[in-house]
Design a binder for this molecule. Sequence first.
Ligand code: ATP
Ligand code: MG
Length: 734
Amino acid sequence: MDISFLLNALNDAQREAVTLPEDTHALVLAGAGSGKTRVLTHRLGWLTEALGMAPWNLLAVTFTNKAAAEMRARVHQLVGAKAEQMTLGTFHGIAYRLLRQHWREAGLMEMFQVIDSDDQKRLIKRLLREMGLDEAQWPVRQVAGFINSNKEAGRRAAHIDPGQNPYVDTLLRVYRAYEQQCAARGLVDFAELLLRAHELWLKNPQLLAHYQSRYRHILVDEFQDTNSLQYAWLRVLAGGSGRLFVVGDDDQSIYGWRGAQVENIQRFSEDFAGVRIIRLEQNYRSTATILKAANTLIAHNSGRMGKNLWTDGDQGDPIRLYRAFNELEEADFVCRQVESWLEAGGSRSEIAVLYRSNAQSRVLEQALLRHGIPYRVYGGLRFYERAEIKDVLAYLRLLLNRDDDASFDRVINQPPRGIGARTLEQIRAQAMQQDVSLWQAAQQLVDTGALAARARTAVAGFLALIDQLSSACRDLPLEQQVMTVISRSGLQAQLEKSKSEQAQSKIENLDELISAAAQFRPDGEPDDAPPLQAFLNQAALEAGEHQAEPWESCVQLMTLHSAKGLEFPFVMMVGMEEGLFPSQQSLEDPARLEEERRLCYVGITRAQKKLVMSWCEQRRWHGKTLYPMPSRFLRELPPDCVEEMRPKASVSPAWRQDRALYEESAAFASRQGDGLKHFAAPSFRIGDRVRHARFGEGIVIGLEGGGEQARIQVHFDAEGSKWLLLSLAKLERA
Ligand code: ATP
Ligand code: MG
């Protein structure tokens, strides 16, 4: 058989990696864009086509569902239908499937539900309340972090010694209560998926032996971002006979904050005998200029494994650096850049706008809307995490499992049906006292007449509604179950009553959920769960990832983190400012600062042809106005690769006077509940220069309220920024 198609499009080092003998472990350690992912897919092809391996003996792990789908498509091109018989997925997805198949051995209930981080936080919040812990002192995020990082290190509450200090002891108590709740209610969070799957191996040697003989080859992309639990899982699965083929880049390790351990790369060659290490040094993705910038930047990090990445590609254009007046003008600049790319014959899907924090997308979205440029936010506005979607999912989950407290809590008064906080407290107290679920507690209170008459009717009404929905949905196709819940729960009517634009878009989202249900096919191996359950679990797994929509003709907006592994002809990195990127929290921690630098390296190396970076002199951020310094990463780029687009002297005066733009932005911001609410400029506008009798001259940077209450924020040249009551400030135009 002619298998040259597997090797033709590879260089020597890549070919060496792809064609390694069957019984070797391999580590492909190489920089961005050097073809690691390509090598991995071709290796899958090589194993089946040249070495005659059965496709079901192959397991490949990638980082996101999208990357997994892309890999499947690429492998399909190489080996056709065999791709369907390989196990390709994310760690979480693969663990989920395993647990579904072996729920009993894993000690789970059959109807277990995957919960996303939002559900997890709700649950923790409730536990804190029940335990009488003040949330101000025990922030939910911190508690969740404690639980997740312990799980990721393989530690259950029972493994942690109490008595270390009162702080840890309290967290430990919450962890224990959380574990009990999850076990009683059949809830499985993301970290739990992995930990359970790992324990499944350890507790069931026969099952492990079965999978060890099945997965003879395990291939892992983005290996630098595996955490210790994932690594342990791989190690156990490989056992003595499985062969690992891992590809990664230490310079792209960007999940240290979530427990990823780049040290796994070093450990790998110690833990497995005879690992072949292959380095790829030629970059095929970017222009020489972009590559040089990336190499120079990352050289500022210490303790690298070191590589020498080169390209024989074109020099390309210099990297353009733009200094914007503020984030609104920056967004406008992004739109102009998109427009000129399109004018030059490019397409929208070739463009990615990357930012450090999800919160940056709103202003960009608004500008793109205004310019009529279709865009899609990838990984940011998470479809399955939108409130209206989660409401429907919560109803659906209650249909399957009445004891799902998180869902009960979410929708008992959504849409509002007159069940107040006091009644809820009563239900919670009853649940605690009797050690039953909220559902059962509510039932008891209704039965015993312990509730006030009105509350009782309302609660009984809710319980009856769920029971009715449940029987109405029985035997209906999935899509109609979703439709039934949307219409009969009252959620739809509630949205229809409100004529706002926002409600309209929520209704559209619900329609999208119905289509998602209609199109839903359980992923991968046959899943014996009822379709509704499989659908709900898939939804939880996909929360946090991009929705399955065609995105060909859209500009893509995403965080730098979610851009990993992807490439685009034209990349814009916005918000290159100290305190934003590198992030505020990283400024004082050298290790985190290096992680931010790697993130910057990831961003730069996404670009194939054109790279533009921008920063703002002034930025409205979480309700405050900041005057950031340009990011240190800009200074770390080689000067001969960068071209500033605007000299310092002429900071966008024209734009500053563009009042319509500001007002529109402010109106948008207030619709979005931003701090610029009630923007009603009396006689000054943002950007105006003003004089104050005592503080001297300054520039208007914020306006708030109206009439007597109108306040104005001025950044004074000498005194910094201050809020003043407009009616008293006696400001003059300067
Ligand atoms: P990252 O570190 O960003 O994940 P990577 O090392 O996985 O990058 P790939 O995405 O596999 O790199 O490859 C980068 C680009 O180079 C892709 O467009 C790929 O098709 C192309 N490429 C890889 N190897 C070759 C080759 N031998 N000849 C031509 N193009 C190649
Ligand atoms: Mg890759």
